[in-house]
Design a protein around this ligand. Structure first.
Ligand SMILES: *[C@@H]1O[C@H](CO)[C@@H](O)[C@H](O)[C@H]1NC(C)=O
Ligand SMILES: *[C@@H]1O[C@H](CO)[C@@H](O)[C@H](O)[C@H]1NC(C)=O
Ligand SMILES: *[C@@H]1O[C@H](CO)[C@@H](O)[C@H](O)[C@H]1NC(C)=O
Length: 493
């Protein structure tokens, strides 16, 4: 398709716009942002860190070593709306915080003297910019480089050779209209191999150095240093490391859904007895799966299956870089009324501009139906209420929960963090399939690896250490909200 998938940045703001609509329109005196987003206390966080340490103690006891690479994870699906990790690049290494994005392919970070790149972040992470001149191992990719030819093949990037210095350059446009442009460099990329946490290895990879960003990427409230594309194409870091024989052609994540957030991100296959797999649609630039039908409380809805057909602007994509979930318009129009019909008439409806919300007096688990996405290969993804509802706030002791699906004009269905969280998701490029199972992502997982003897073995990976042990990630944007309403109007129903 002619653009990168996204909605990732407008989605964040759309979610925030919801909160403001509620505050200003419906319950002006009784609802505040603070009450909408209870902040985790320090005690809870210190417990979390202690637990992580205990897990890492266990990890250190494992003896085998091959293949698995572990990244820290921070962020949450709501209210932060993004998950991000930390990478180290160059010699000496420089640190960067990057969005974990399975909907795009390239790793890029802000380049020194970037135009428009934010200098501070509301996530309270220190922002950095990459300076190829101060890295002894950096080399710029020239237009004639084979890597540049490969990059030219990616559908949504405009390759140009800058007149100055014969540099292999890129220009990305994301689904929300934001842009990033710069040039490719090759430099040292560091990663932690498990089971030995302290065992840092390195390899040379090609990534982008962004000289200019535009649109939402210039905003500071959720600013990160760049985007870490985990897509299937050859320029993604996972493809580069796999083709160098460093990692297996499979990676997995388990994103924790509550406010504490964080989770697990490994290059390797998380093994769990209850995994369900559906084949990837072949030869797609993204992780496309074939959605065949949607059920509410086990009842298949009457949606023409052609609504889900994969095409240049249709189909179903698994995308960790998107916050909520988008349904093709024709499916959305059926799914929302079906969910609503399954909810007791005694639950108070609170419609807002973008979402249908409910004032819930008891637990959502008892009042809302199960929604099931049925994929090719008898593979069902069962969503409980917390996998499709967003908590929008509370008033008078009652919580407001909103159905977190949005309709998209045209046919694209995007499954973002709202539905991917609290599950193990395995992106198995080797066997061309996506796997999932519900899981408490604060628990350890077993990751399959192949030892030097060629025998498959497993290592245990714990909940990743928090990047920043601070409650500050719950910082709330207020100035960006106006934007949101504007952006969402052109992209969404
Ligand atoms: C790619 O280049 C064409 C022609 O120069 C231009 O019209 C288009 O907007 C560019 N697309 C991006 C994503 O920069
Ligand atoms: C990269 O890894 C090699 C071992 O594979 C090591 O000798 C070298 O010092 C590492 N380089 C850096 C910059 O850490
Ligand atoms: C990992 O595998 C072992 C052996 O199969 C099993 O006993 C253990 O419960 C598994 N752990 C997790 C977290 O799945």
């Amino acid at each position: 398709m002619a653009r990168k998938l996204g909605g990732r940045i407008p989605v964040l703001f759309t979610v925030f716009s919801l909160v403001v609509v509620l505050c200003e329109g419906l319950f002006p005196t009784t609802m505040t942002l603070e009450r909408a987003f209870p902040v985790s206390g320090d005690v809870e966080l210190s417990q979390l860190i202690a637990r992580d340490r205990a897990r890492h103690g266990r990890m250190l006891q494992s003896t085998n070593s091959a293949g698995v690479v572990n990244f820290p994870v921070d962020g949450n699906s709501f209210p932060v709306g993004i998950y991000y990790t930390k990478v180290q690049l160059g010699s000496p290494p420089q640190e960067f915080y990057v969005l974990i994005d399975t909907g795009s392919d390239v790793l890029w970070v802000s380049c020194s003297s970037c135009s428009g790149c934010p200098l501070t972040s509301g996530l309270k992470i220190p922002l950095n910019s990459f300076n190829p001149m101060s890295s002894s191992s950096a080399s710029k990719i020239s237009c004639s480089d084979e890597m540049c030819t490969q990059a030219q093949g990616t559908q949504y990037s405009n390759m140009t050779c800058s007149a100055q210095g014969n540099l292999c350059s890129y220009s990305f446009q994301y689904g929300d209209g934001s842009t990033a442009s710069g040039y490719y460099v090759s430099d040292t990329f560091y990663f932690d191999k498990v089971p030995r946490e302290s065992q840092t290895a390195n390899s040379s990879v090609v990534f982008g150095c962004s000289m200019a960003v535009g649109g939402r990427l210039t905003e500071t409230d959720k600013a990160v240093d760049g985007i870490f594309g985990f897509g299937p194409q050859s320029l993604s870091v996972i493809s580069q490391l796999a083709s160098q024989g460093i990692t297996p052609k499979v990676f997995s994540h388990c994103l924790k859904g509550d406010n504490a957030g964080g989770g697990i991100l490994v290059l390797g296959e998380i093994v769990e007895p209850n995994m369900i797999y559906s084949p990837l649609v072949p030869s797609q630039p993204h992780y496309n799966v074939n959605l065949e039908s949607i059920s509410v409380n086990g009842q298949a809805l009457n949606i023409d299956p052609s609504v889900f057909a994969t095409s240049s602007n249709g189909g179903t994509i698994i995308d960790s870089g998107t916050t909520i979930a988008y349904l093709a318009e024709k499916a959305y129009e059926v799914v929302i009324p079906a969910i609503d019909a399954a909810i007791s008439v005694s639950v108070q409806r609170v419609p807002t501009d973008n979402f249908l919300c409910y004032l819930v007096t008891s637990s959502v688990d008892n009042n809302f139906p199960q929604v099931t996405f049925n994929f090719e290969g008898d593979a069902s993804m069962v969503l409980g209420p917390r996998d499709y509802l967003l908590k929008g706030g509370s008033t008078g002791g009652n919580d407001l929960w909103c159905i977190g699906f949005m309709g998209v004009k045209g046919g694209l269905t995007i499954l973002g963090d709202l539905v991917l969280k609290d599950k193990i998701i395995v992106y198995d490029l080797a066997r061309q399939r996506i796997g999932w199972t519900s899981y408490d992502c604060s628990r350890s997982v077993n990751v399959s690896t192949t030892s030097n003897s060629g025998k498959p073995e497993t290592v245990i990976v714990g909940h990743s250490p928090r990047i920043l042990p601070e409650k500050s990630i719950l910082w709330i944007a207020t100035t960006s909200i106006l934007y949101t309403l504007m952006v969402s109007s052109y992209m969404f129903l």
